[in-house]
Design a protein around this ligand. Structure first.
Ligand SMILES: [Zn+2]
Length: 769
C-alpha cells in the first residue's frame, strides 16, 4: 500500500499531531444499543459444498494462538474508539470532544483516512463473536451509531446520497472520469486507494451486522452501497466536464491505475449485500470492480502476466510489475460473485491467480512480493515467476498480502477440497501471521508487522498504527478459529483442517468437538467427540508429515492411510466421550528455494526456524550439514538438534520458531555449502557437483543475476533425499546408482565414481544412527 511518498507524508504528519491519548484512559461511552445474535451467513463458501462455521461456533482454547489473540483483545479493549470518529466528524461537520487525537499513521487526515475505522469495527465484531464480552459490543454499537450520525449529517451535502467517509466524497469521485485522479499527496487533486477505504469501512459495518447482529450497521452499509452504485455508474455528475455515465472502459482504466485503483476486496461486500437483500443493484456494483483490461481475462486463461517486461504489459495504465496486495483481494471478491451467480470465469480466474502466487511466488513463511537486482525498488510488487532466492535481495512480504492469500486459499478450498490450499493456509498462519504479532503487551498500537523480509540478519519491526497491515493485523489475531473446522453442506462430514486448541459447537448436528493441544508447540492433538450418531470426520494429514502420523480412537490404533498432503476419513457412529488421539511427529525438514536449490530454509513440522543473529552485510549464513547426517537422514538427531524444547541448534547457531514475536535479527534462509562428497568424516576428495535440473528461467529476464537455467541438485542432495536407509547396504546401493547416473551425465569421472562408492562402503560405522 505504501511507497516512499507515503512514508514521508506519514512522518511529517505524525510530527505535527500532538500527544496521543494514553492507553487505558477512561472515557464515557453513551449507552450502547444491545447487540443481538449473528445473522444469516452470506460470506465465503456460503453456497459451496464445503462451508465454514461461524466464528461464534468455535471457541479458542489455550495455545500459542490464544496468547497472540489475548494481546490483541487487550488492545481492542484499551484503545480509545473515539479517535476513530475524529476525521469522520470533521468531514460531516460534527463537533469532536476536546483532546481526542486521530489515530495517526496513515489515519491522520491523509487521503487513505477511514480505512482503519473499518478494520477496528471488524476487530470488535470478531472479538464479540469470539468471546461474547460485552465491552466489545458496547464499543462497536457506539461507533456504529456515531458513524451513522455522520452519514445522516452528510445527507443533502453530497453529490450522491448515502456517502460516508473520513474524507470528503470528492476524494472517491475524482478517481473516476473525467479526472481519473492518480495516487499522490495533494489533498485537492490526488487520491489514495479510495475504494479500498470504502471497502474497509463497509466490511466493518457488514461484520458488525453479521457477527454482532447490529441492525443499524446494515442500514448504514446499505446506504453506502447505494451511494457506491451511483458513484460507479453515474459518476461525478456535477463536474463541469461530465460526459455521461461511467463506462466499462472507464472502470478498466480506473482499476489498472497504480494505488489509486487499489480497491481491496470491495466487490465481496456488494456480492454479500446481494445475498442479504436480493437487490440486483448490488451484484451489478460488484461486477463494476472487474479488472477487465489487464488481469481478469489473463487469469481466466491462466496466462501469468503478474510481471511483464517493461513496455509489454497489457492495458493503458498498469505497471509492468503488479502491486501484490492491490490484486490478491480482488479475487476473493470474484469468488463471492461466483458464489452468487455460478459464473465459472470468476472462479477460474481466482483458482489460476492463486496458482501463480502459490507456490511460484511464495517465500518460506507464506509471504509474497519482493524485489530483485535490476528492478525498481518497490518491494510490494510481485517478483518474477519462480524468482524466490533472487528476490530476497532487499525487503518484501507484506503481511496484508498473506492475510488476503489465506482468505483466498480457504475460499477456494470450499469449492475444491485440494489439501494444498490448507497446507498453504497452515504455513501462512503458523508462520507469517502468528509471527506478525509481537509478544509484548503494549496497547497503544496493534504491535504487528508490515513487511516480514527474508533478508539475512533482518529484524522484524512491530507497531503499525494506521497502516494497511496494522488494520488487517487487528483482524488476523481475532479470528484464529475461522478455519480450524469446516463442514459439508449436507452436514454429513466434518473437516478438521488445523490442529489448534478449540471447541466446536455444532448445534445443528448435536455435536461438540473439543480439541486439546498446544500445537504447534506440541506434536499431537486430542479430539473429544460429544454427540451421538454417524459423522464422517476428515483429518488433515499435513503435507510436511514425513512419518508416524497415527490415529487412535479410545486408545485403539486405527488402520488409516495417512499419506502426506491428504485428508484421512474416520467414518463411524460416534458415542458421547469418544476420544480421537492424533500424533504427528515433526521432523526437521530442509526446504529449497525453487530457483536456487542451495538457498534453503529449515522447518520443524509446520514451523519455520530462522537462524538467530546477523551474519552481517546482508550475506547469507553458510551451512555444511551432510557431514553430520546418519543413515536415518534425521537432521534433528545429528545436524540441527533440539536445544530446549522450542529452539534448535546447529554449529553453535540458534534456530528459533518464526512465530516467536521478538525483534532479534534472524535469517529465514541460509546458503547450503557442500563442496565435497563426504560420508560422515570420510572424505573422497571428489567435488559435490550439481546436476542440470533444467530449472525454469525467470519468465521476464532479470538484469544482473543468472536465471536458474542449468542449476540443480548436488550429488549429496540426490542421495540424501532418499533417506532414511534401512541398512548400510541399501545406502551403498543408492550411492552406487546415483554415482552411475552422475557419471553418465558426465558429472563424475570413472575414477571419481569408484572413489565415491568405495568411501560410502567404508562409512558403515560413521553412518550408524
Ligand atoms: Zn499492508
Amino acid at each position: 500500500m505504501a511507497h516512499e511518498l507515503n512514508r514521508r507524508e506519514f512522518v511529517r504528519a505524525s510530527a505535527i499531531s500532538i500527544g496521543a491519548v494514553a492507553a487505558g484512559t477512561t472515557f464515557s461511552v453513551p449507552a450502547a444499543t444491545a447487540a443481538g445474535g449473528p445473522h444469516r451467513y452470506v460470506g465465503a463458501g456460503s453456497t459451496a459444498r464445503v462451508r465454514p462455521f461461524r466464528l461464534q461456533d468455535v471457541a479458542l482454547g489455550e495455545s500459542l494462538f490464544s496468547e497472540k489473540r489475548a494481546r490483541m483483545l487487550e488492545f481492542a479493549r484499551r484503545y480509545d474508539e473515539r479517535r476513530f470518529l475524529v476525521l469522520f466528524n470533521d468531514t460531516a461537520g460534527r463537533p469532536n470532544p476536546p483532546g481526542v487525537e486521530v489515530p495517526g499513521g496513515w489515519e491522520d487526515g491523509g487521503l487513505l483516512s477511514g480505512h482503519w475505522t473499518g478494520h477496528f469495527l471488524t476487530m470488535l465484531a470478531q472479538a464479540h463473536a469470539s468471546t461474547g464480552e460485552p465491552r466489545f459490543a458496547d464499543k462497536l454499537s457506539w461507533m456504529v451509531d456515531e458513524l451513522g450520525a455522520c452519514q445522516d449529517a452528510l445527507a443533502g451535502r453530497t453529490v450522491h446520497p448515502g456517502y460516508l467517509g473520513a474524507k470528503p466524497e470528492d476524494v472517491v469521485l475524482r478517481a473516476g472520469p473525467p479526472r481519473f485522479a492518480v495516487y499522490g499527496g495533494n489533498q485537492d487533486t490526488n487520491t489514495w486507494a479510495p475504494w479500498y477505504t470504502q471497502h474497509k469501512i463497509m466490511r466493518g459495518f457488514l461484520d458488525a451486522y453479521s457477527l454482532a447482529g447490529n441492525e443499524r450497521a446494515l442500514e448504514i452499509v446499505l446506504r453506502m452501497a447505494h451511494w457506491a452504485h451511483l458513484a460507479l455508474t453515474l459518476g461525478d455528475i456535477t463536474h463541469p466536464d461530465y460526459a455521461g455515465p461511467i463506462t466499462r472502459d472507464d472502470l478498466n482504466y480506473m482499476w489498472d491505475t497504480y494505488i489509486a485503483g487499489e480497491y481491496g476486496g470491495a466487490n465481496e461486500v456488494f456480492a454479500e449485500l446481494h445475498a442479504l437483500t436480493g437487490d440486483a443493484e448490488h451484484l451489478q456494483t460488484a461486477k463494476c470492480f472487474d479488472n477487465r483490461e489487464s488481469l481478469f481475462d489473463a487469469c481466466v486463461q491462466d496466462r501469468d502476466i503478474l510481471v511483464c517486461a517493461p513496455g509489454t504489459q497489457p492495458g493503458r495504465r498498469r505497471p509492468p510489475r503488479l502491486h501484490a496486495n492491490t490484486h490478491v483481494p480482488n479475487f476473493t471478491g470474484y469468488m463471492r460473485i461466483f458464489e452468487r451467480t455460478g459464473e465459472r470465469e470468476y472462479r477460474r480466474a481466482a483458482e489460476n491467480f492463486f496458482g501463480m502466487v502459490v507456490p511460484h511466488r511464495m517465500y518460506a513463511h507464506g509471504g509474497t512480493s519482493g524485489n530483485y537486482p535490476g528492478s525498481n525498488n518497490n518491494v510490494e510488487q510481485f517478483q518474477n515467476r519462480d524468482n524466490i532466492a533472487n528476490s530476497i535481495a532487499s525487503n518484501g512480504a507484506e503481511t496484508c498480502t498473506t492475510y488476503n492469500l489465506l482468505k483466498l486459499a480457504r475460499n477456494l478450498f470450499f469449492h475444491e477440497q485440494d489439501p494444498a490450499y490448507m497446507d498453504y493456509y497452515e504455513r501462512g498462519l503458523v508462520n507469517q501471521i502468528a509471527g506478525s504479532r509481537a509478544d509484548t503487551d503494549t496497547t497503544s498500537n496493534p504491535q504487528v508487522t508490515y513487511f516480514q523480509p527474508l533478508t539475512p540478519g533482518v529484524r522484524r519491526g512491530y507497531g503499525n498504527t494506521g497502516t494497511c497491515c496494522g488494520g488487517t493485523g487487528m483482524e488476523n489475531h481475532t479470528k484464529y478459529q475461522e478455519s480450524i473446522y469446516f463442514r459439508s453442506a449436507d452436514a454429513s462430514t466434518l473437516w478438521v483442517n488445523l490442529y489448534i486448541a478449540s471447541t466446536l459447537e455444532w448445534e445443528e448436528q448435536g455435536f461438540t468437538i473439543t480439541q486439546e493441544t498446544d500445537y504447534p508447540r506440541e506434536q499431537r492433538t486430542r479430539l473429544t467427540v460429544n454427540g451421538r450418531g454417524r459423522l464422517r470426520i476428515k483429518l488433515r494429514v499435513p503435507g510436511w508429515v514425513e512419518r508416524g502420523f497415527r490415529v487412535r480412537i479410545n486408545g485403539i490404533e486405527q488402520r488409516v492411510k495417512a499419506r502426506p498432503g491428504t485428508y484421512l476419513t474416520l467414518d463411524r457412529r460416534w458415542r458421547r466421550g469418544d476420544r480421537i488421539d492424533v500424533s504427528m511427529p515433526f521432523s526437521i525438514r530442509i526446504e529449497r528455494a525453487r530457483d536456487r536449490p542451495d538457498t534453503q530454509s529449515v522447518f520443524y513440522g509446520p514451523v519455520l526456524l530462522p537462524i538467530v543473529g546477523d551474519p552481517g552485510g546482508g550475506s547469507y549464513r553458510e551451512l555444511t550439514l551432510y557431514r553430520d547426517l546418519k543413515r536415518d537422514g534425521d537432521y534433528s538427531r545429528a545436524a540441527i538438534t533440539p536445544l530446549d524444547g522450542r529452539d534448535f541448534t546447529t554449529h553453535g547457531l540458534t534456530l528459533r520458531p518464526h512465530y516467536v514475536g521478538d525483534t532479534l535479527p534472524h535469517s529465514p534462509y541460509f546458503r547450503r555449502v557442500e563442496p565435497e562428497i563426504v560420508f560422515g568424516s570420510i572424505e573422497t576428495g571428489v567435488p559435490n557437483r550439481k546436476r542440470n535440473d533444467g530449472l525454469p528461467d525467470y519468465d521476464v529476464p532479470v538484469e544482473g543475476i543468472p536465471s536458474p537455467g542449468t542449476d540443480g541438485l548436488t550429488f549429496l542432495d540426490v542421495v540424501w533425499d532418499e533417506a532414511p536407509f534401512a541398512t548400510h547396504g541399501e545406502f551403498v546401493a543408492t550411492v552406487r546408482r546415483i554415482a552411475r547416473d552422475f557419471a553418465e551425465a558426465g558429472l563424475l569421472s570413472r575414477d571419481e565414481r569408484r572413489r565415491v562408492v568405495s568411501a560410502a562402503a567404508r562409512a558403515r560405522r560413521e553412518l550408524e544412527p
